[in-house]
Design a protein around this ligand. Structure first.
Ligand code: FAD
Ligand code: MLT
Ligand code: ZN
Length: 504
């Protein structure tokens, strides 16, 4: 059994809020454009070709390049090789071979993650799960099916619809983000207030642990209290414990009658107050999103969209109400009861609804047109949400006067995406300042994107030493050789031996 190098049971919190050591600068995980990965031993490559087939062991630098940079362009590295297994057995064999050889693996799905956890920043091998793309064992009566790890969220939604159901997860990256990636990050998205995050959709998983052992629990029983929930544990583990190869997914009833409303407010606090009021008074509320005047202006400027209202407003909410009956009467009644809503645009027809959604969904792309942003993703308690949003641009300016702060997010979950542009990719001062500020207000440093490599330095802001110690013990038990995503989520850990890496 490996010793656990993360501190003892009674260790005090190492860095009390606001007293962290200086953040690292140029610490080697950002913009490693010059990085090259070590060449792997030809005998090892031969073994890997035997497992997945010659054409699925990719060593061409041009092809590997797209696997080595994240969606935002902030995290760049180089892969020693890209491996593309076609089923769970091949995944297990790849993990075994790499574990034996001491070669670290970075599992990768759609590569839409935003915290640098799915790209090889230290010359690791990429384990791409995208070829695992089947949906099987559809239970139309029970409302569940099995999806392999590489199926996109959009394809899960389509298959659910064809089976007479829907899927509880939706997010802007739906066309690329995969079942495996969304499980590994416990992705949230646009419907968490109604259906919960990805963990709540899981009836079971099939996965290969870092030990090489395969677990398969795809029976799909709704109630199954038979010990540790391994699927729940893998959910949010960011590829550090096991490689998810398939999942049994719970489907939800269809709600075809929909109303989307964009509401304008004179202040953030008016918008936030309304958000919680709508949550309480509209039981069929499906989504509740927030954005601000600067973000809307940027979206319109970069996409050519016309703003929703002739006059600008300080803050906006986008609310979607979805039901099996027309929700319009209750929406009208509730909106009419809130006198401080300054502007309302409502849509029921699908194309117009989609148009309203674009004001919110295009924020990610619009911000990225300004250069790779620092993307922080925090949750606040309901009572601190408005004051956080109003104060955080000033907090950023204190440490980075030339920076611009862009704020949007999932209002009903207290989840704000703090995007900062105009700061060097490797200068982590603003990241630290914002995360400390969120933690001081009782928030979390990651609402839905995870820790990855981007926030590893600040895990102790919202997790106690005892919690980090427990996580490290789990890591040591399920991935004792540290073959899966070393340096992601947990700062230290057993390192792969690397003795199969050829010199030079
Ligand atoms: P990847 O990016 O490939 O990997 C993410 C992490 O999961 C990595 O640590 C990787 O090692 C691990 N991993 C991937 N596949 C597996 C596997 N099979 N087994 C084990 N580990 C694995 N996120 C939200 O939560 N909510 C949103 O609303 C949201 N909107 C987004 C909108 C846009 C435009 C973009 C670009 C991203 C958005 N994201 C959002 C972030 C991202 O889409 C999610 O984190 C998503 O879950 C990542 O899925 P992926 O398949 O792309 O995973
Ligand atoms: C979103 O809610 O739009 C996503 O989480 C992506 C982002 O934070 O940019
Ligand atoms: Zn989000």
């Amino acid at each position: 059994m490996h010793s656990v190098p993360y501190g003892g049971r009674n260790e005090k919190r190492r860095y009390p809020t606001g007293m962290l050591p200086p953040p690292p600068r140029n610490n080697g995980w950002i913009d490693a454009t010059e990085a090259s990965a070590p060449a792997l031993d030809p005998r090892l490559l031969e073994k890997l070709r035997d497992v997945v087939g010659v054409e699925h062991v990719i060593g061409d630098p041009d092809v590997m390049a797209s696997y080595a940079v994240d969606w935002s362009g902030r995290f760049r590295g180089a892969a020693s090789v890209v491996l593309r297994p076609g089923n769970g057995l091949e995944v297990a064999a790849v993990v075994d071979v790499c574990r034996e050889a001491g070669v670290a693996l970075v599992p990768q799905g759609g590569n839409t993650g935003l915290v640098g956890g799915g790209v090889p920043l230290h010359g690791e091998a990429v384990l791409s799960l995208r070829r695992l793309s089947r949906i099987t064992d559809v239970d139309q009566v029970g409302g569940q099916f099995t999806a392999e790890a590489g199926v996109s969220v959009a394809d899960v939604q389509t298959a659910a619809h064809a089976a007479g159901w829907d899927y509880g997860i939706d997010l802007g990256s739906r066309d690329s983000a995969t079942v495996g990636g969304t499980i590994a990050t416990n992705a949230g998205g646009l419907q968490v207030l109604r259906y919960g995050a990805t963990r709540a959709q899981l009836l079971g998983v099939e996965a290969v642990f870092g030990t090489g052992a395969t677990v398969s629990h795809l029976g799909g029983l709704t109630k199954d209290n038979t010990g540790y929930d391994l699927g729940g544990l893998l959910c949010g583990s960011e590829g550090t414990l096991g490689v998810v190869t398939a999942a049994r997914l719970r489907l939800v009833p269809q709600t075809p009658e929909r109303v989307v409303a964009v509401l304008g407010f004179a202040s953030t606090s008016a918008a936030v107050e309304t958000a919680f009021l709508l949550r309480q008074s509209l039981p069929d509320l499906h989504s509740l999103e927030l954005f601000l005047e600067e973000g809307l202006a940027l979206v319109c400027a970069t996409s050519g969209l016309t703003p929703p209202f002739a006059d600008g407003h300080r803050a906006y909410l986008l609310a979607e109400v979805a039901s099996q009956r027309d929700p319009m009467p209750e929406v009208v009644e509730v909106l009419e009861s809130v006198p401080w809503i300054d502007a309302v645009a409502v849509a029921t027809e699908p194309a117009r609804r989609a148009q309203l959604w674009r004001y919110r969904e295009l924020h990610t792309e619009a911000v990225n047109t300004l250069g790779a942003p620092h993307k922080l993703d925090v949750t606040l308690p309901a009572t601190a949400l408005a004051s956080f949003i109003d104060a955080v641009p000033g907090v950023v300016r204190e440490v980075a006067p030339g920076a611009t702060t862009w704020l949007f997010g999932h209002a009903a979950d207290g989840n704000v995406h703090v995007n900062i542009t105009g700061v060097e990719p490797d200068d982590l001062t603003v990241d630290e300042r914002v995360l400390v500020f969120a933690a001081e207000l009782g928030g979390s440093i990651s609402a839905e994107h995870g820790i990855g490599r981007a926030k590893i330095h600040w895990l102790s802001l919202t997790r106690s030493p005892a919690e980090i110690h427990a996580m490290a013990a789990i890591k040591a038990a399920l991935d004792p050789d540290g073959v899966l995503n070393p340096g992601v989520l947990l700062p230290l850990g057993p390192r792969p031996r690397g003795d199969q890496v050829a010199a030079g």
